[in-house]
Design a protein around this ligand. Structure first.
Ligand code: NOJ
Ligand code: CA
Length: 707
């Protein structure tokens, strides 16, 4: 113990004279996690490359992996390094999420910062900073100001992750443009991203390497779970992970720019995003982990009371079904004043706070399939059958918010030129949320959605939106990397194969294993605008061949399982008529005091319970893949001694995602913290449970849960 304290207090000085560039460094520097279960080792290899290892409970998770930068017009920064000094410190604090899966977040880590310098000329220096948490590791490069170097032009980042086994892995291809791929479950040695190139459903896709996008999740032979991602992606290119299927080496492969000819350009000083490795004994622990947000800077926006987490409905699914369209020329324009009012009335009557209206502004006639989409949308001019002012006035009268829609058609320069005008209009109308979209190949040609230039665009939009008190829900976004901590107006995003694929995918939509995989992969990055709540599972008469590949009960469970502070009730509102199951959507909360992952296996099933923020209500959701299963959910998280009214929305006994998806049974019981629910999930099914405190006679009337 005394030793530990000494270590904490004394910055350690490592004298470079002890080492020659040809010999391996002797003892690595060691950093242990607060709970002592994980260890990070930093060392220099024989040729003086900086390297690290990660060990968890005596299992080497990441074996010696080197670090470095391939620079354009300058020698590689990779070898011939010496350790100048190293510092260690411990941090233990908590911070509060303005909205989120939980109110309070513990931020406990130990940090090792190693200052390095090249021994030969040009003697450049940098620091590697490692933060080791009980649930993961983050590390980044920090480049200080130094003489004679104004900027770094990065051709490639040379960060390695040397796996120690041929892990089972859940991955999507390292696409520079889109994350809307199905997850693949293979061994690392079988990852073949290139084979995913020909994709019939995507308006843009670029997969240059055998690489995967992050988060990518893995399970080791001993049952440990790992997930690789990045945190605080700021003024830098998104990172994919190149996969060497024979050596099981993952290497950072940054998204590039054919237009600019480099991957990243930065003035010194700067630091890279954090490279992150989450680890957990079980799959559930990955979801519990707050590593990604913890590695971001604190809230820069201050008071966020203008944004209220909300459920919403909207003029949206009807376009994806083909019932109406975004453009007016088709003769079946969806965004009419009258239709918007219909949705507003529905929202007001059903405890739904907001209405999204897509296709409200002119330009949609020149949207998909047009090469030159620059200047197509102006974000202020409504179609003539849409009276924007009147819709907003009517919504206000009914106590409903309007969500603005900006489809940029992947022409960010047009959007940037109009940001001020667009947000001023929203200011004037009192609109505090926008859904943005980036469908198509980025204009100018040679840029990709996930490159540095676009990363900076997405950030500029967030900053500009924040100035106008606007919350952003981006589709075709840059991936979530925890920026919501710093800019809590980054409320949600797509960045996965959403519900829309079920309406128009030529491959049959999202299979039942999709969401039980998403919960342990994409969802580790941050909130998801998946748009659940489709009640009419078979999509006739609009789409004869298409359907949603889950049961109705699973659609309810998604409000709890797939986290977002904005949750759509996505179906046509007429489909909710006379549906007792809609009560769950009326009731379910969208902002949480705390969340508990009760069970789960990647790609198979997951059960999550969440406590509504500022209330004693709890909601529970459980989903399964194509396999029916019986799961237990112990309600030990309820306050002891308090009786609860559990309303259970479950798959009827004969339910099945394909043959009988809408068969649902709703049951009411009296439960308490001693109750264990037996959840019977159908193939592709789910269960949703609302738990509300109940007293006296009302409690007596409920049947006790048959334990
Ligand atoms: C793609 C988005 O994901 C979808 O939600 C939206 O309706 C269309 N783009 C049109 O902007
Ligand atoms: Ca999309």
């Amino acid at each position: 113990m005394r030793q530990t304290i000494l270590l904490l207090l004394l910055p350690l000085l490592y004298l470079s004279s002890c080492q020659s560039a040809d010999e391996p460094s002797n003892e690595p520097l060691r950093l242990s996690s607060p709970d002592g279960q994980a260890e990070l080792q930093f060392l220099l290899t024989a040729n003086g490359s900086a390297a690290y290892r990660l060990i968890y409970q005596d299992e080497v998770l990441i074996d010696t992996s080197t670090l470095g930068m391939d620079l354009q017009d300058a020698p590689k920064l990779q070898q011939g390094l010496e350790i100048v000094s190293s510092d260690e410190r411990s941090v233990s604090d908590t911070w509060e999420m303005p909205w989120g899966e939980q109110r309070s977040v513990a931020n406990n880590y130990r940090e090792l910062a190693v200052a390095l310098q090249e021994t030969p000329n040009p003697k450049r220096s940098f620091r590697m900073v490692f933060r080791l948490y009980d649930d993961g590791l983050g590390f980044r490069y920090e480049f200080p100001e130094q003489e004679g170097i104004a900027e770094f032009v990065i051709a490639e980042e040379l960060t390695q992750f040397q796996l120690t086994g041929d892990h089972e892995s859940w991955w999507i291809p390292g696409d520079w443009d889109i994350y809307e791929h199905l997850y693949n479950e293979t061994r690392v040695s079988e990852i073949d991203a290139i084979s995913k190139r020909d994709h019939p459903n995507l308006a843009q896709t670029t997969i240059p390497n055998n690489a995967v996008n992050t988060p990518v999740t893995m399970r080791t032979a001993s049952g440990l779970h790992l997930s690789f991602h990045e945190a605080d992606l700021t003024d830098y290119a998104g990172m994919t992970l190149g996969v060497d299927t024979s050596s099981l080496l993952l290497s950072s492969t940054l998204v590039g720019s054919d237009r600019l000819g480099y991957k990243v350009k930065r003035m010194l000083p700067f630091h890279t995003p954090w490279r992150t490795i989450q680890f957990s004994e079980n799959a559930a622990g990955l979801i519990d982990s707050k590593l990604i947000v913890n590695l971001n800077e604190p809230n820069q926006l201050g008071d966020l009371s203008w944004f209220k987490p909300t459920k919403y409905v909207g003029i949206w699914w009807e376009m994806h079904l083909g019932k109406s369209s975004w453009d007016m020329a088709s003769g079946k324009h969806g965004a009419t004043t009258e239709n918007a009012k219909r949705y507003i009335d529905f929202a007001a009557a059903n405890n739904i706070g907001a209405v999204l209206v897509e296709g409200w502004n002119t330009g949609w006639e020149h949207w998909i399939g047009f090469e030159d989409r620059e200047g197509v949308f102006d974000f202020v001019t409504p179609y003539e059958d849409y009276d924007l002012e009147e819709v907003v006035r009517y919504a206000k009268e009914k106590g409903v918010e309007i969500i603005m829609h900006h489809e940029t058609s992947a022409a960010p320069r047009t959007y940037e030129a109009q940001l001020d005008t667009a947000y001023r209009l929203m200011d004037r109308l009192g609109i505090h949320a926008v859904k943005t979209g980036y469908v198509g190949k980025i204009i100018p040609a040679g840029e990709y959605h996930h490159g540095q230039w676009m990363v900076n665009h997405y950030r500029k939009v967030l900053e500009k939106a924040a100035e106008h008190q606007v919350a952003v829900n981006a589709h075709e976004p840059i991936k979530a990397t925890g920026i919501r901590r710093t800019f809590p107006n980054a409320v949600s995003r797509e960045g996965l194969r959403g519900q829309e694929f079920n309406a128009w995918s030529v491959e049959g939509g999202n299979p039942p294993s999709h969401l039980p995989t998403v919960a342990f992969t994409r969802m580790l990055a941050g909130p998801i605008d998946f748009t659940p709540g489709i009640f009419k599972i078979k999509l006739q008469p609009y789409k004869e061949e298409s359907q949603v590949n889950t049961t109705l009960a699973q659609q309810l469970a998604l409000y709890v399982v797939i986290y977002s502070p904005v949750q759509m009730a996505a179906d046509l509102i007429e489909h909710y008529k006379g549906q007792p199951a809609f009560q769950f959507i009326r009731d379910v909360a969208v902002d949480w005091e705390q969340s508990k992952v009760l069970n789960g296996e990647v790609g198979d099933y997951v059960t999550i319970a969440r406590q509504e923020r500022g209330s004693d209500n709890w909601f529970l959701g459980s989903i399964t893949d194509e396999n029916p299963r019986q799961l237990e959910a112990a309600l030990g998280f309820l306050p002891e001694g308090q009786t609860y009214h559990a309303r259970i929305y479950r798959d009827a006994d004969a339910a099945h995602w394909d043959n009988n998806p809408t068969a649902i049974t709703i049951e009411d019981y009296r439960v308490d913290s001693g109750t264990t629910l037996q959840l019977k999930l159908a193939a592709g099914g789910g269960a949703a449970v609302s738990l509300m405190p109940v007293e006296g006679e009302a409690a007596e009337k409920l049947a006790p849960y048959p334990n």
